[in-house]
Design a protein around this ligand. Structure first.
Ligand SMILES: [Fe+2]
Length: 223
């Protein structure tokens, strides 16, 4: 009896330790409309291609499903270097800026799909209060951006950074990710490049709010 109790405790503990920063969710495996991929590819000229007119590219069923959760899509990023099979983003925390507002706010949550085959790992870091490079130097035309880089020394990761958690991304498996704390993505594409569709929401829910909203969609992970 004691052994059974100990086993249950161990499993619960593992679940608490891991999966702090992401959840796989049961939504469409392909977020795009037929033909959208070719159009998006024609726009690609840097790592982050930002799209505001999401209805032009996203499957209407997905938009409807998210509206049912009171999640109005604010914008979409079409991530991936134009032609890089092996790439690591800078460690950064996501920020967003609303029209008419002066200050950037933390952007807490993204809903992501890798839509190309390969090995992609999402990484979360404790950067020990590393120097923050403020928004502005990476500005673009849109109202939300990825800007708050915490280190920029040619992607060399300082020894004092602590890796908190990793998630091995699966092609066609949507997941929510905590984007308001330092994170990076490292990928090795099986094709000429990696592509990821990433959505943000107008209400900018906190991570805890997102966990509540998406709870009915969680896919249990084997730990
Ligand atoms: Fe990010």
């Amino acid at each position: 009896m004691f052994i059974i109790a100990e086993f249950v405790f161990t499993v619960n503990l593992k679940i608490n330790i891991y999966m702090q920063h992401y959840r796989e969710v049961n939504l469409l495996s392909n977020p795009l409309k037929p033909g959208a991929l070719e159009e998006l590819e024609s726009l690609k000229n840097n790592y982050s291609t930002q799209i505001m007119d999401v209805r032009k590219y996203l499957n209407p069923k997905l938009i409807y499903e998210l509206m049912r959760l009171k999640l109005d899509i604010k914008g979409m990023s079409y991530f991936g270097a134009p032609r890089e099979k092996n790439y690591r983003t800078l460690i950064h925390a996501d920020l967003e800026k609303h029209p008419g507002e002066d200050d950037f706010k933390i952007s807490h949550v993204v809903l992501n799909w890798d839509i190309t085959p390969g090995t992609s790992t999402f990484e979360w870091w404790d950067t020990k209060h590393a120097k923050v490079i403020h928004p502005g130097e990476n500005s673009g035309p849109l109202t939300y951006r990825v800007l708050e880089y915490v280190e920029r020394d040619n992607r060399v990761i300082p020894d004092y950074f602590e890796l908190l958690e990793t998630y091995d991304i699966k092609m066609g498996q949507p997941f929510i990710a905590r984007s308001g704390i330092p994170h990076s993505v490292h990928y090795v594409a099986e094709t000429d490049y990696r592509r990821c569709v990433s959505l943000r929401f107008r209400s900018n829910p906190t991570w805890d709010e997102a966990l509540e909203i998406f709870k009915p969609y969680f896919i249990p992970s084997v730990v």
